[in-house]
Design a protein around this ligand. Sequence first.
Ligand code: 13P
Length: 260
Amino acid sequence: MTARKPLVAGNWKMNGDIVSNEQLFTALRADLGRASLSQVEVVVCPPYPYLGQAAAWLGDTGIAWGAQDVSTQPNGAYTGDVSAAMLVDLGCQWAIVGHSERRQLAGETDQQVAAKVSMCMTRGVGVIACIGETLEERESGHTEAVLGRQVDAIAAALVDPAHPLPPGRVVLAYEPVWAIGTGRTASPEIAQAAHRFVRERLAQRGYGHAGATRILYGGSVKPGNAASLFAMADVDGGLIGGASLVADDFLAICRAAAVA
Ligand code: 13P
């Protein structure tokens, strides 16, 4: 079996300010020593305006930082967009793409998500590509059809031989929409079944590193449920929303991943 180092990423969403961020960065710096970081990869994704602050506070720690989105375009007249090249310019190592909030609120399509994956590949930005079904899709028996469609678009970008990303820089995040911010976590068994399906689908679509790709679970991960989720064979860490804003909770989740 391929060894996959667990990864925990904090998606701060549209939260924080200079003062509260500083408190959070200070707590992460103080607690996450080299020893724990040798067992878990930690990424913090604040809003765009605070990426420079993340660089200043985390640059020398081994904790990586990332953006919550990236443009489908390389540069030009795209007001409000931020390109992968700009992220690289700042020293930003990761970008989340295809979060369900962007798919739902900004109408992002599978093709746009794939274009974002391609942009990250072109510039060498590590990608955390999100997928997940809604409650209605799950209850009507369409979970695998939805995940399959979403994974196919991402896989089509990943197999582009022109700009391969090293396998360790390709991460998928299964985030069932019904579990995001609701307190209703997927059971470990539901998460495992979805993760296994996603990994097999990546392989079926010709992505040669499916076995080495980390697949994170996201959706109401808390210190109390993290260990049981991370214990599943195909759950390689977590993408954490609300709990990533509370230093003690995020640190506890990172520790749960380190011992999983
Ligand atoms: P919560 O952890 O707040 O449910 O959010 C999950 C998420 O959307 C992370 O990207």
